[in-house]
Write a protein that binds this ligand. Structure first.
Ligand SMILES: [Fe+2]
Length: 488
């Protein structure tokens, strides 16, 4: 079966050739002497990066977010202001009347959701209309109109691979359109599409440090991005969801950004469904991945199968999520997508005192599946520091285990987590500085991981400019019998 590792009694030569190899395996570093910034406050809501910037017309669309919605399909999510809402006059009449007025305001949660697109600037040869938009209200907050359109899944047919698509999304009134933007569709699935660069960010928030992370990410120029949870740190203030989406929109409107949920996406307020903003504002392609929950799903891109796991839903060995993961990993065609990347929010392995042990129940329930199916790399966040492991299985160094990378250092308002345990043997590099990373999948067997700290100068991507860089070589376990034959 592709992806399942062969017995470990492989000929020594093959093991020597293909066994897990971390360039710089002795690169143990605490980098504790590095000067770190203190905690930074959240940007004020009137900060220019957090305010509507899509034009003077209040009907202009904003907060555009692109994501992969399946093979050849792209999801467009964006927001427009509710039009014609006259509830403000009711506010002076008291809370009960105001609430009734907002109920009436739901009538105004409407508008056409349309995307015009084409393959040359200004030449829109296609148009796709979406479903009826959504809205929600929490206390005295009314969301804007939340639009979603999926292009490439309907009669228009899948979008061509590796192609620049120019597009604009509809505004709140007929005839109003947003400014044109563009993105490049993913390359065809398969190893022939490598190299491919995946940007990785965690625990981003909305501070000056978050902006620095985004600036550095622009220089990295990834082909798509995964954000491993804790997006906005809105924590019940839903204006902060709008502010965060505006902050990231210059990037989320031109690259595909895939999310997994963190604890800060959970609403935990009376009368408010869990994950309300997270699951209403963004497309989470669980249905196309055979997952019953938006809190875990997977997708393929270029030569990688990427699995987005949910740390905050059932995750023991007998859970629905574990059953889904087992089926998902068993179905991976390693000849087509040789790299298997898993993300989650709460890490299985961390030697930081912050959130110590929080990922342990999920590790106990699901680590076995990752090892059994030869997962190559696991990204997590939650701990606001950077840490990279050697290959590890059940706490012990093991050539057949994944490399675990914690990258919860996107720059949120809670600041870096600076307290460490004594270094375990599996911990290869750890540093409580803000930054981001990139995984360059070079071919079927080799990849380069780089971590870049915000305090360093913004430079073009490259291992020579990274604070931490390592070459990952797929193991004999990850390659499986078919992979080994091909590698020979
Ligand atoms: Fe978190």
């Amino acid at each position: 079966m592709p992806g399942r590792g062969p017995p470990r009694s492989l000929p020594l030569l093959v093991v020597a050739l293909l066994a897990c190899h971390m360039v710089g395996a002795t690169d143990l570093s605490d980098a504790t002497l590095f000067a770190r910034k203190p905690v930074s406050e959240q940007l004020p809501l009137h900060h220019p990066r957090l305010t509507q910037t899509c034009g003077p017309d209040p009907a202009s669309p904003e907060q555009v977010h692109l994501s992969l919605a399946g093979p050849g399909a792209i999801a467009f999510n964006w927001v427009t202001a509710r039009q014609g809402r006259a509830s403000s006059m009711f506010w002076s009449l008291g809370r009960r009347v105001a609430r009734a007025a907002r109920t009436l305001g739901k009538y105004h949660c409407k508008g056409v959701s349309s995307v015009q697109y084409g393959f040359a600037s200004g030449d829109y040869t296609g148009r796709v209309d979406g479903r009826a938009p959504a809205c929600y209200s929490v206390d005295d907050y009314d969301s804007g109109v939340l639009h979603e359109v999926i292009v490439g899944r309907g009669a228009e047919g899948p979008l061509p691979a590796n192609t620049t698509v120019y597009y604009r999304v509809s505004g709140a009134r007929e005839g109003v359109w947003g400014e044109e933007s563009s993105f490049v569709t993913p390359p065809p699935l398969g190893v022939d599409s490598l190299p491919y660069r995946l940007g990785v960010v965690g625990d981003l928030g909305q501070t000056e440090d978050s902006l620095s992370t985004l600036e550095h990410l622009v220089a990295t120029d990834p082909q798509s991005v995964v954000l491993v949870g804790d997006l906005s740190y809105a924590d019940g203030d839903h204006r902060r969801w709008d502010a965060w989406a505006r902050m990231v929109s210059p990037l989320t409107s031109r690259w595909l950004w895939m999310f997994t949920e963190g604890n800060h996406e959970r609403e935990r307020a009376r009368g408010v469904p869990d994950w309300l903003a997270y699951t209403t504002r963004f497309h989470l392609p669980h249905a196309s991945a055979g997952s019953a929950s938006p809190l875990y799903y997977s997708y393929d891109v270029a030569g990688a199968h990427v699995v987005m796991l949910g740390s905050y839903t059932d995750h023991d060995a007998h859970s629905e999520q574990a059953a889904w993961l087992a089926a998902d990993l068993a179905a991976v065609d390693r000849a087509r997508t040789p790299w298997v990347v898993v993300t989650m929010h709460a890490p299985f392995y961390s030697s930081n005192l912050a959130h110590l042990g929080e990922g342990e129940p999920m590790r106990a329930g699901m680590e076995r599946l990752l090892n059994q199916h030869g997962v190559d790399v696991v990204f997590a966040g939650h701990v606001h520091a950077y840490e990279r492991s050697l290959r590890v299985v059940d706490g012990q160094l093991d050539d057949c285990g994944p490399v675990y990378i914690n990258i919860g250092d996107g720059g949120n308002r809670e600041g870096p987590d600076t307290r460490w345990l004594d270094r375990p043997r599996w911990s290869a590099w750890r540093e409580p500085s803000f930054g981001h990373g990139a995984l360059d999948l070079l071919n079927a067997t080799h990849a380069v991981w780089t971590w870049r700290r915000n305090a360093d100068a913004i430079r073009a991507q490259g291992p020579q400019h990274a604070a931490d860089s390592v070459t990952l070589v797929r193991t004999d376990c990850s390659l499986g019998d078919a992979g080994l034959a091909a590698a020979r």
